[in-house]
Design a protein around this ligand. Structure first.
Ligand SMILES: C[S@@+](CC[C@H](N)C(=O)[O-])C[C@H]1O[C@@H](n2cnc3c(N)ncnc32)[C@H](O)[C@@H]1O
Length: 218
């Protein structure tokens, strides 16, 4: 398969962490040109805007499924004072994220960790005051059960701002998992927003994602 044909069909057909490693190893170098720019993908920007609107003053933030670092780039444009780390299963995607710079020329990310977030996550720099995620809770990537792996990374009252693919949200019963976490006393009752994933003019315009907004009670 050539890089040129990689896109949503391939991203939505992965099933395992190894599938994800293989897909994003091939896609990392062209992910932004062939997908983000070509399809006018605005999801990282939209999630950063929601984060900026709802999250109070925080300093230590973790980007879940960092990819090439677009979410961190937009967050630091809106909140230049944040320290942001990233985690992703793909070293090739993180190599791209490492190149992202802030408006003052410094790097966006303090630390980048190769982590499989379907498993319990070692937490060198935890606790974080907020977790943010765009595009990673989707078909064959991270399911609702992964939220439990992430909660130990958060400080008490720490924020979660997590984008979830609309169909994945329904198919994998995210609402049920959120209800369970609320019943366990692990999170506050969440607010669920919707954002446009693509700009007007994109062939995919109209596709929306849910955004889970809640706080940890750990
Ligand atoms: C569609 S990209 C989104 C990247 C970025 N957040 C964005 O919005 O542009 C999905 C990312 O999820 C990562 N990913 C997939 N499975 C993962 C796993 N099990 N653990 C950690 N990251 C994973 C991929 O490597 C990829 O970088």
């Amino acid at each position: 398969m050539s890089d040129e044909v990689l896109g949503l069909d391939e991203a939505y057909s992965v099933k395992t962490p190894d599938d994800n490693r293989r897909l994003y190893a091939k896609w990392a170098a062209t992910y932004e040109s062939s997908f983000v720019d070509a399809k006018q993908y605005r999801y990282p920007k939209a999630i950063a805007e929601v984060f900026n609107d709802v999250v109070g003053p925080v300093r230590r933030v973790l980007d879940i499924g960092t990819g090439t670092g677009l979410t961190g780039m937009y967050v630091t444009r809106l909140r230049p004072a944040v320290l942001i780390d990233g985690m992703d299963i793909s070293p090739e995607m993180l190599a791209q994220a490492k190149l992202k710079t802030r408006e003052d020329g410094s790097v966006v990310y303090r630390e980048l960790y190769v982590r499989d977030l379907t498993r319990a996550v070692p937490n060198e720099n935890a606790p974080y005051e907020a977790l943010i995620s765009s595009g990673t809770f989707t078909h064959g990537h991270l399911g609702p059960e992964c939220l439990r792996n992430l909660l130990p990374l958060l400080a008490h009252d720490g924020w979660l701002v997590v984008g979830v693919n609309n169909e994945h949200f329904e198919a994998k019963a995210f609402a049920g998992e959120l209800d369970s976490l609320v019943a366990l006393g692990a999170i506050e009752s969440p607010e669920i927003l919707r954002v446009d994933v693509y700009e007007p003019g994109s062939v995919h315009y109209g596709d929306q994602a849910r955004v889970i907004i809640t706080r940890a009670i750990n």
